[in-house]
Design a protein around this ligand. Structure first.
Ligand code: PLP
Length: 401
């Protein structure tokens, strides 16, 4: 059978990246990998998961093991709505959709909003898997510059007449740069969205992993408005996930949006997976209600913050002159700018030979560029190995120069 002749045309837009292939080598024993975006596995609340699963299966197995509603289990939607409500911006049950990780929410956005040729404004660089989720729907990406205060909203304002369907941004501890969008720019962005009518996708997987400083308000809260009515001026679709706070293996995320959007997403999700695992939803609810999540978060912040500090110290110690890197106040990544002429993909081959891995910056750039940049994850590796990994990276760099 010639399967290639049978695949739908859109599958041609599902590209395998050469870097991803190279990074398979990062899984070999002995490699210190700063490549994957992993939370610290030694600190997963495994005992608490066991106890919660036991409770759920003892007290209501008939619900936890049954088919459920596409939009999600009512109590979990209530719990998320309550936890996400702020003065002036109440979130109700009807504004919440449970998804199979926030990655599914990204795909839902593609399915529901994007026709071929639609322009999506994205931070430059941005989350690679948002680009790969939307390419098959024919999205055309229009990158917007970032600096150390996040998305350059002034650039958006200067390009106000360009047509765009959506704007996608990660305001807190962005993937891949670790940068956070300044509070004043958040207001400016919402004002831009008000003027242009372009909805904003606020992807917030890392917001709760803050190691220093004060949180800025969510775009969802700044937009305000009534999420419920047809007259809603709420223009933000907010994505959340338990992947970085509890465990990515749960595959549990959520969308907060006006009802009209939630209803359309629910229709689209129905044909994808009927609903997200009821068992996982009940376990997460139990962990939330019993306070496990709230006691786990400070522990997690402590560990991840120590790892961030270790990586910043190691970079300071080992990196050659002329390089610069972000200093994230939270999240899981930092971004290194190499000398102009250094190619990070070529450097990766050398780095792997020295037993260390990272993700080259190029793939995060929707329209090319970023060859001389790389992303480092600092949360998945213990402190002692972080220093050794950065040392190995410096050896690979010295060889390449
Ligand atoms: C910016 C961003 N969005 C979405 C996701 C997907 O997360 P999940 O599907 O595990 O909730 C990630 C994961 O790394 C991410 O970095």
């Amino acid at each position: 059978m010639d399967w290639n002749s049978r695949f739908a045309q859109r599958t041609a837009l599902m590209q395998r990246s050469t870097v991803r292939e190279l990074l398979k080598l990062a899984a070999q024993p002995g490699i210190i990998s700063f490549a994957a975006g992993l939370p610290p596995a030694e600190f997963f609340p495994a005992q608490e998961f066991r106890a919660a699963t036991d409770d759920v299966l003892r007290s209501h197995p008939e619900r936890a093991l049954q088919y459920g509603e596409t939009a999600g289990e009512a109590e979990l939607r209530d719990w998320i709505a309550e936890r996400s409500s702020r003065a002036g911006c109440p979130v109700r049950h009807e504004n919440v959709l449970i998804t199979t990780g926030s990655q599914q929410a990204l795909d839902l956005i593609g399915r529901v909003f994007l026709d071929p040729g639609d322009v999506v404004l994205v931070e430059n660089p941005t989350y690679l898997a948002a680009l790969t989720a939307w390419r098959p729907y024919g999205a055309v990406f229009s990158p917007v510059a970032m600096d150390r205060h996040g998305l350059c909203v002034s650039e958006l304002e200067a390009r106000e007449n360009e047509p765009a369907k959506l704007l996608y941004c990660i305001p807190n501890f962005q993937n891949p740069t670790g940068v956070t969008l300044q509070a004043s720019r958040r207001r400016q962005l919402i004002a831009w969205s008000d003027r242009t009518g372009v909805p904003v996708i606020e992807d917030n997987p890392y917001g709760e992993l803050r190691y220093e400083g004060e949180a800025s308000p969510h775009l969802l809260d700044l937009a305000g408005g009534n999420l419920d009515g047809d007259q809603s001026r709420a223009q933000v679709i907010h994505l959340g996930t338990f992947s970085k706070t509890l465990a990515p293996g749960l595959r549990l995320g959520w969308v907060i949006a006006p009802r009209a959007v939630i209803d359309k997403f629910t229709l689209a999700k129905q044909s994808m997976d009927l609903h997200t695992s009821t068992l996982c939803q009940h376990i997460a609810l139990e962990l939330g209600r019993s306070g496990v999540l709230e006691t786990h978060l400070p522990r997690l912040r402590q560990v991840c913050g120590e790892r961030r500090d270790a990586m910043l110290e190691a970079l300071e110690h080992y990196m050659p002159a002329g390089l610069s890197w972000s200093r994230p106040a939270g999240g899981m990544f930092l971004f290194v700018r190499l000398l102009e002429e250094v190619n990070a993909t070529a450097l990766l081959s050398r780095a792997l030979a020295h037993g260390v891995a990272f993700v080259p910056g190029e793939d995060f750039h929707a329209a090319g560029g970023g060859q001389n940049a790389l992303r480092l994850n600092f949360t998945g590796i213990p402190v002692e190995q972080i220093r050794e990994g950065v040392r190995r990276l410096s050896v690979a760099m010295a060889e390449a120069s």
